[in-house]
Design a protein around this ligand. Structure first.
Ligand code: AMP
Ligand code: MG
Length: 415
C-alpha cells in the first residue's frame, strides 16, 4: 500500500501526451485540425450557372431591348456539353450546371417574354433583362478557392461549415488532436445491464454509465465495453479488447476477495503493475498499470467496484491521466482545491485520508464546508449533489466544526 500523493505522482509520470491522430472526417466535428487541409481542385470547378434561365453570349444581348435567340441545348445540373454556343444562340440552363463554352452570362427565366419561358432546345426564346450586366449570374471557376490552396489552416476547429468545406476540398480523413479513447469495462457476476430489473442478489451496472460520463466530462471519448462476469477467461478476453484504447478503466474485482480476478487478468494480458492499493478512503483497492502498444502504451486502471470508490478514484487518478494525454498544462491536470472551514463536525478514518462529499459556500473571505450525509463507499446519494470532496487527513479522528480542511472542487472538464 502506498500513499496517495505517491500514487498520483506515479500516474503523472506514466502518462504521455498523445500525438495527433488521423480520423474520418465524418466523426471529426468539434475537433481541432493538427494539419492543414489543401484543396484537390478549384471551387467552383468550372463556371457555374447561379440562376435558372438561358446561358447567353454577352455580344448577342440587345441593351434595353428584346434579344431573340435559338435554344440549342438543355442543361440541367449535372449535364455537360462539349459544343460551344454559336452566335445568335443560347442554352436552356439550370442552376448548378456548367456554363457551356461560348456563353458568358445567364439571363433568368423570368426575363423570357411572350410565353417563351418554357422554350427547350429547338425553340426560340425572346429575352428582355432591364438590369443585364456582362457575365451576370455566373460563379467563375476558382473564385472561392484554387487547387492546392490551404482552405482550412492547422488549428481550425471543425465547425459544420468547416466540415462542408473540407468535403468540398476533397478531404475524407483529417489529422486532428483527438480525445483520448477510454475503454470502460465493469466486472462482476452480480451485474446486470443498466436498463434491467435486478433479481435478488443482482446489481445494476451503474459504474459503466457513471464512468463514461466522467470520461466525457474530462475530455475523453468513452468506449463502453459493458460488463463481464467473474470468470478469468471472460475478463481476460475483455481486457485484451480494451487494451486497444489509450486508457482502459475496469471496475470491480481488485480488492482482496476470492473473486478478485482483475489483477490476474491484467498480468495475463501483459499489463505491468505500477501500484495496487493506496492509503485513502474510499478507494483503497485501486490498481494501476501500463502496457506497451505499438509505439505508445495503454494506461490501465482497476477501480474498486463500489460506486463511490470508483468515482473518487476516477477523479484522483484517471482524470489527471486523461488531462496529460490531452496535452493540457499541469494546472489543468487536477480538479481545483480550496481551503475551507467545516460548518459541522466530520469523521476521519484512522490511518487513511478520507475524501467525502460536501457542499461549499462562500463565507466572508473564504469557504464554508458543509459535510453531506455519506454512509460509505457504496453510497452515491451525497456524491450526486456534492460540490466537492472534503479531505479529512489521516489520523484525524472526528474533526470539530471550525476545522480548516482542503476541498477538491468537482467541476466541468478542468481544461
Ligand atoms: P468489488 O470491487 O468487485 O468487490 O465490488 C464491490 C461492490 O461494488 C459490490 O457490492 C459490487 O456489487 C459493487 N459493484 C461492483 N461493480 C459494480 C458496478 N459496475 N456497478 C455498481 N456496483 C458495482
Ligand atoms: Mg466484484
Amino acid at each position: 500500500m502506498i500513499d496517495l500523493a505517491e500514487a498520483i505522482g506515479l500516474v503523472e509520470a506514466a502518462a504521455r501526451p498523445l500525438g495527433p491522430r488521423r480520423v474520418a472526417l465524418a466523426s471529426a466535428d468539434g475537433l481541432r485540425l493538427a494539419a492543414a487541409i489543401a484543396a484537390d481542385g478549384d471551387s467552383p470547378p468550372w463556371d457555374r450557372a447561379m440562376m435558372d434561365g438561358f446561358a447567353v453570349r454577352d455580344a448577342d444581348i440587345v441593351p434595353d431591348g428584346v434579344t431573340e435567340l435559338d435554344v440549342v441545348v438543355d442543361l440541367a445540373a449535372g449535364d455537360v456539353t462539349a459544343l460551344p454556343i454559336p452566335p445568335g444562340c443560347c442554352a436552356r440552363i439550370m442552376t448548378g450546371a456548367p456554363l457551356p463554352a461560348g456563353a458568358d452570362a445567364v439571363v433568368p427565366v423570368e426575363c423570357a417574354l411572350d410565353g417563351t419561358a418554357g422554350t427547350h432546345a429547338g425553340g426560340r426564346v425572346r429575352l428582355r433583362d432591364g438590369r443585364y450586366r456582362a457575365g451576370q449570374h455566373v460563379a467563375r471557376r476558382g473564385t472561392a478557392f484554387r487547387r492546392g490552396q490551404v482552405v482550412l489552416p492547422e488549428g481550425t476547429v471543425l465547425s459544420p461549415a468547416a466540415i462542408g468545406l473540407a468535403v468540398e476540398a476533397g478531404a475524407t480523413h483529417v489529422v486532428v488532436a483527438a480525445p483520448p479513447r477510454v475503454a470502460i469495462l465493469a466486472t462482476g457476476s452480480e451485474l446486470v445491464p443498466p436498463d434491467s430489473i435486478p433479481a435478488h442478489g443482482q446489481t445494476r451496472n451503474s459504474n459503466g454509465p457513471m464512468i463514461a460520463a466522467a470520461v466525457r466530462a474530462a475530455g475523453g471519448e468513452a468506449v463502453a465495453l459493458g460488463s463481464v462476469g467473474d470468470r478469468p477467461e471472460a475478463i481476460r478476453a475483455a481486457v485484451a479488447m480494451g487494451l486497444a484504447a489509450d486508457i482502459l478503466v475496469l471496475s470491480g474485482g481488485v480488492s482482496a476477495g476470492d473473486l478478485d480476478l482483475v489483477p490476474e487478468a491484467f498480468a495475463a494480458c501483459g499489463v505491468a503493475e505500477v501500484f495496487h492499493k493506496v492509503r485513502m478512503k474510499p478507494g483503497k483497492p485501486v490498481w494501476f498499470g501500463r502496457r506497451a502498444r505499438g509505439d505508445g502504451q495503454t494506461l490501465v486502471f482497476g477501480l474498486p467496484g463500489n460506486p463511490a470508490s470508483s468515482l473518487v478514484c476516477f477523479e484522483l487518478f484517471v482524470r489527471p491521466a486523461l488531462a496529460i494525454l490531452r496535452g493540457l498544462a499541469p494546472r489543468h491536470w487536477h480538479l481545483p482545491r480550496v481551503r475551507g472551514v467545516l460548518s459541522a463536525a466530520a469523521r476521519g478514518a484512522g490511518d487513511r485520508p478520507v475524501y467525502a462529499p460536501c457542499r461549499v459556500h462562500a463565507s466572508g473571505t473564504g469557504y464554508a464546508v458543509e459535510p453531506l450525509a455519506w454512509s460509505g463507499s457504496s453510497d452515491l446519494v451525497g456524491l450526486a449533489v456534492a460540490e466537492g470532496l472534503m479531505v479529512l487527513p489521516a489520523g484525524s479522528g472526528t474533526l470539530p466544526a471550525g476545522t480548516e480542511v482542503d476541498v477538491v472542487i468537482r467541476t466541468g472538464d478542468g481544461g
